[in-house]
Design a protein around this ligand. Structure first.
Ligand SMILES: Cc1cc2nc3c(=O)[nH]c(=O)nc-3n(C[C@H](O)[C@H](O)[C@H](O)COP(=O)(O)OP(=O)(O)OC[C@H]3O[C@@H](n4cnc5c(N)ncnc54)[C@H](O)[C@@H]3O)c2cc1C
Length: 289
């Protein structure tokens, strides 16, 4: 349970962090440390150099402006979970944050660390898919933007290159008439999602769904957008029948569902439909009010 030896750097700017990362061959970024440190203690990861971005300025704040919610990669789950403005503007974000682990995990763990780690049972990826988030990635030759749907490549794998740092997450500000919610079945020891579904609905003036976003985590190796559910709802009034019919499609297209000693693939797919129904019902309620 003791990590191997490593050199430690704590740069104060993103530029310096990127340059340190590219100077050293076997370097790892440290954010909240709640995934990396356990891996290092178990010797599943043994980086020669650890670059702690905890002191980098400008990547741990939440801003809502110009039609976007911008969340710095280093923003903790707790900061998002306790943000009163986000609770009004985009409730699925604080709701997801508050479902993560326990108080210690939420106080140290970061949104950026979670999405880069890309655990198939992590909560954030579902919300990122539902909200059509994009990720700003800083590298030696500048920044690039990647959509959430292109970011997650496979279990524990994203498009982030060895020399890149995730700096910011950008989410379109939900238009008037929108509501969002997260529904989850916990793994009882860690709190990770056996399955989790995030949903956002926007209603037009007659109360019909004009836009829907649904993201599912825990079921497949990477979180996915439940397009069949979204398509089934657009143009319809989000009543009980329409939600039930749409939610039944939440695991459509999943080939090899995740299986482990916590839950079978079949059960996770079933949960996706149940939780989609709950998340959509809450999102619709919020959109109406
Ligand atoms: C007991 C326990 C319970 C938990 N329960 C849950 C849960 O219920 N739901 C859930 O979703 N998660 C859960 N987690 C995981 C938790 O949310 C972690 O905080 C998160 O996965 C990683 O974030 P971090 O900031 O700690 O990242 P770190 O551990 O510091 O880093 C994780 C990985 O991402 C890389 N990285 C971090 N930030 C960046 C960046 N900005 N750019 C590039 N690379 C980066 C690191 O190099 C490392 O490879 C739990 C963890 C623990 C220990």
């Amino acid at each position: 349970m003791i990590p191997g030896t490593f050199d430690y750097h704590a740069p104060k700017t993103l530029k310096k962090a990127v340059s340190l990362l590219n100077e050293h061959e076997d370097a790892k970024i440290l954010a909240g440390g709640h995934s990396l440190i356990p891996l290092m203690k178990l010797r599943f990861a043994a980086p020669a150099v650890v670059i702690d971005i905890g002191r980098v300025s400008g990547i741990s704040r939440i801003r809502i402006s110009d039609g976007h919610i911008q969340i710095g990669a280093l923003t903790t789950h707790h900061t998002i979970g306790s943000n009163a403005r986000l609770r009004r503007v985009c409730p699925v974000l604080p709701e997801t944050a508050n479902e993560i682990g326990d108080l210690q995990v939420r106080n140290r763990g970061t949104l950026g660390g979670s999405v880069v780690h890309a655990d198939p049972a992590a909560d954030w990826p579902a919300a990122m898919m539902a909200l059509r988030a994009s990720f700003e990635v800083a590298g030696p030759s500048g920044t690039r933007e990647v959509s959430a749907s292109d970011f997650f490549v496979d279990m524990m794998t994203t498009t982030i290159g060895d020399g890149e740092i995730l700096s910011q997450i950008r989410i379109p500000e939900p238009p008037a008439g929108s509501g969002s919610a997260y529904a989850k079945m916990h793994q009882s020891a860690s709190g990770f999602a056996i399955t989790g579904v995030a949903a956002q609905l926007t209603l037009d003036e007659s109360g019909n769904v004009s836009a829907a976003g649904v993201g599912v985590t825990g079921v497949a190796p990477i979180a996915y957008t439940a397009s069949a559910v979204e398509d089934a709802l657009v143009g319809k009034a989000p009543d009980e029948g329409a939600i039930a019919a749409a939610a039944a499609l939440a695991a459509d297209g999943v080939q090899d569902a995740n299986e482990d000693h916590h839950a079978s693939g079949e059960y996770r797919m079933h949960l996706a439909t149940v939780l989609a129904s709950r998340a959509l019902a809450s999102a619709a309620e919020r959109a109406k009010s």
